[in-house]
Ligand binder design. Structure first.
Ligand SMILES: Cc1cc2nc3c(=O)[nH]c(=O)nc-3n(C[C@H](O)[C@H](O)[C@H](O)COP(=O)(O)OP(=O)(O)OC[C@H]3O[C@@H](n4cnc5c(N)ncnc54)[C@H](O)[C@@H]3O)c2cc1C
Length: 439
């Protein structure tokens, strides 16, 4: 008995944010599209902080809101919390631009959202193949012509393969599109808990008006114990998501276990009362590729395109990853459609993908922030010194009652110079500015 060759126009590896977007766009443009996903259902192996961004969701589905997406709270308050050992300075914003209609960012649970996002791709005509691991590529005359999966007789053919395999980019490495494994100094391990809590308690503890108001906080300082990293807090409708992400090499050098870091964060006096009496719903760890520009693989080769975390498309400072994955998935799919029109799947034709990305925020931002992870790596005490100084300074300013104010300012200055000389502090500001502006 001879088995029939399974053929598609486009194969996509992974039904995450990038993969299901690429699948929807390719199918919408008439391509016979397969999305191969190793998990039982799309999203089954995924979680994040985290927020999804309206601009990207609406770019793919202009009628996004009519589709009744499974989102949690809109983010109506956002900003930084700077933790010292026993205090917090809060710098958050609400109202004004944050009040756009629709709101710019929404909290989501990925297990639920990814399954829904994949179902939208399916409705466009993409064929989802779950519970299937892509293990290798199929070649003809040295060019990729499909993928090998872990199913019996699991060869699937297509002239274009879009790799959207996420942060563990083993297949991208296998093709030689990048010459190194994840770099421990530019890869963060994020550990998080999802804690269920009554909506009224979430609202009263975080000062939110009702279930239609939500907070997204980046937490800096004592949360990472002086290591290069960030904490986060996001409010769902009936849950709070809290986590910490720190680079792998810093964790190893400091011999700190990620769950100890998380536990310490959850016990912080500014955090513990917020989650008191909550029930643990989910606990897990996930990698974040923070290398961005420096760890980007070659984005295309004959018959292949790479998008999303697999291509290190994450801006960790702004928590932007899903929107980059969605837009890159879309641009990869449109490039594949163009290649089909031309009947040419060479790297030359597929290089149009890079040109498309250059016009978007993705390559612009990743290039601009290319020095950021090296900056944080070289200046880990940045994460410790300034948040604790800020707490001291604000504390002194607002308790200097009955004291000559010149003394208050002198004490504030001393609290800085006790940590960092003025010369080094000025240097820190200049270095931070250069890292942010990419100059
Ligand atoms: C703790 C944390 C918080 C975050 N917070 C935010 C946030 O607030 N906002 C934001 O925008 N981003 C955030 N991110 C980043 C964001 O989650 C990612 O950038 C985004 O999910 C990348 O999408 P992707 O499609 O490239 O990869 P993924 O969503 O990881 O999808 C990859 C898919 O490929 C599948 N797969 C992998 N290998 C194979 C294979 N060989 N065969 C078949 N299937 C395979 C996986 O199972 C998975 O479904 C956060 C990340 C973490 C870890």
């Amino acid at each position: 008995m001879t088995s029939t060759k399974i053929e598609f126009d486009v194969i996509i590896i992974g039904a995450g944010m990038a993969g299901s977007t690429a699948g929807a766009i390719a199918a919408r443009n008439g391509q016979k599209t397969a999305i191969i996903e190793r998990a039982q259902t799309p999203g089954g192996k995924n979680y994040f902080g985290g927020a999804l961004y309206t601009h990207a969701l609406q770019e793919i589905y202009p009628d996004f809101w009519d589709r009744k997406p499974p989102l949690e709270r809109p983010i109506t308050e956002t900003g930084f919390w700077f933790l010292s050992e026993d205090g917090v300075v809060k710098a958050t914003v609400q109202g004004g631009k944050i009040n756009n209609n629709p709101i710019d960012a929404f909290v989501a649970q990925r297990a639920e959202f990814d399954a829904w996002w994949a179902a939208q791709a399916e409705a466009e005509g993409a064929f989802i193949i779950p519970k299937t691991l892509v293990t290798d590529f199929l070649y003809e005359n040295g060019r990729v012509v499909g993928v090998q999966t872990d199913r019996p007789e699991g060869e699937v053919y297509a002239p274009v393969v879009i790799i959207t395999e996420g942060v563990n980019n083993l297949l991208t490495q296998k093709l030689g599109l990048i010459d190194h494994d994840l770099k421990p100094e530019r890869t963060a391990l994020a550990v998080k808990q999802l804690i269920s809590l009554k909506p009224d308690l979430i609202n009263s503890r975080l000062g939110l008006v009702d279930i239609d108001h939500g907070a997204a906080l980046s937490v800096v300082g004592d949360v990472s114990m002086g290591l290069p990293g960030l904490g986060f807090l996001y409010t769902g409708k009936r849950s709070i998501s809290l986590g910490v992400g720190v680079t792998l090499d810093a964790l190893r050098e400091a011999r700190i276990k990620p769950y100890e870091l998380l536990q310490r964060y959850l016990e912080h006096p500014a955090i513990a009362p917020i989650i008191a009496d909550g029930q643990l719903m989910e606990y897990g760890a996930h990698l974040i590729p923070e290398g961005g520009w420096n760890d980007m693989p070659t984005l295309f080769t004959d018959g292949v395109l790479v998008a999303g975390d697999a291509a290190a498309m994450v801006n960790a400072i702004h928590w932007e990853g899903t929107n980059m994955a969605i837009i890159a998935g879309k641009e990869a799919a449109l490039t594949a459609v163009e290649a089909h029109k031309k009947g040419d799947f060479s790297a030359r034709t597929l290089s149009g993908y890079r040109t498309r990305l250059k016009d978007r925020f993705i390559l612009k931002d990743l290039r601009q922030y290319r020095k950021m992870s090296a900056f944080l790596h070289k200046n880990p005490d940045f994460m410790d010194i300034y948040p604790s100084f800020l707490n001291d300074a604000m504390g002194q300013f607002f308790t200097g009652f009955g004291k000559p104010k010149r003394e208050v300012y002198r004490d504030i200055l001393r609290s800085l110079t006790g940590r960092r000389s003025l010369f080094r502090a000025a240097g820190d500001i200049i270095s931070l500015g250069r890292a942010v502006l990419g100059i």
